[in-house]
Write a protein that binds this ligand. Structure first.
Ligand code: SAM
Length: 245
């Protein structure tokens, strides 16, 4: 995917407005709620490893996995001690089994069908110890995906300034895509370049996800907005927590 390879550095900078500390607190609150003490966590679709870094700082052992080289390069720089593997979430296969697998920030929306979603969960189950947890999030279900959503923001870091405009489209019930344009001013000279990408998003129906999860024999719960107590609101993040029975 172009956006996670040639554009990885710029895409990652746009994540700097995300509250990763809050998300990691949610993950550790879940560990407490499920009385889980994971010895090994996989951060699948780890991107530049922002969750991994915070989990490692809390004493957890984490392995990073991503399918894109550009993002893994950033993960190696950001979390030098973390082992990383280039793998696809649908065919995840790591020798040592994990006690928890996380897949955060709408990464599951890069899948293209319910068949892919099921393949991913089967692969995760095979890589998980008994009682192990899977935690993933998504914002994009039928309720939250808007046909023509426009968003723009500006991000600044040192000598890099990015103006980013997103426009989302809907092609069919379950398929949408986002068109992103980045205007990048880089270096002391603030040299300007324009980059763009389009990436597909699978738009889920929660009942269909639940059905697949139950078919695979997981116990599961859905939480909202990175809190174990928050109620569902419009435009919220859904946090799925699955447990291998
Ligand atoms: C929105 S980013 C999220 C990165 C990170 N989890 C975070 O929260 O900052 C989505 C990530 O999913 C990765 N990705 C997309 N499809 C994937 C797949 N099939 N298998 C593994 N990683 C994938 C991308 O390379 C990208 O790093």
């Amino acid at each position: 995917m172009k956006m996670y390879n040639e554009m990885a550095k710029y895409v990652d900078l746009t994540y700097s407005t995300k509250d990763y500390a809050k998300e990691v607190k949610f993950i550790t609150d879940i560990f407490r709620k499920y009385q889980a003490k994971p010895k090994l966590i996989y951060d699948v679709a780890c991107g530049s490893g922002n969750h991994s870094k915070l989990l490692i700082a809390k004493g957890y052992r984490v392995i990073g996995v991503d399918s894109n080289k550009g993002m893994l390069k950033l993960a190696r720089q950001n979390v030098p001690k973390m082992p990383v593997f280039q793998q696809d979430m649908r065919t995840l296969n790591i020798k040592e089994k994990a006690d928890c697998i996380i897949t955060m920030f709408n990464a599951i929306n890069h899948l293209t069908s319910y068949t892919d979603f099921e393949r991913m969960l089967r692969a995760y189950k095979n890589n998980l110890n008994e009682g192990g947890l899977i935690i993933f999030d998504t914002m994009f279900d039928q309720r939250n995906w808007h046909k023509e959503f426009w968003n723009s923001k500006t991000i600044k870091k040192g000598n890099l300034i990015i103006g980013k405009v997103d426009r989302s489209y809907r092609q069919s019930k379950n398929r949408g895509f986002v068109h992103q344009v980045y205007v990048i001013f880089e270096g002391k000279q603030k040299k300007c370049k324009i980059m763009e990408s389009k990436y597909n998003n699978f738009i889920y129906e929660l009942p269909k996800m639940n059905k697949i999860i139950m078919k695979l024999g997981f116990k599961h719960n859905i939480y909202y907005n990175f809190s174990i107590t928050a109620k569902r609101t419009s435009g919220c993040f859904y946090l799925f927590v699955l447990q291998k029975a």
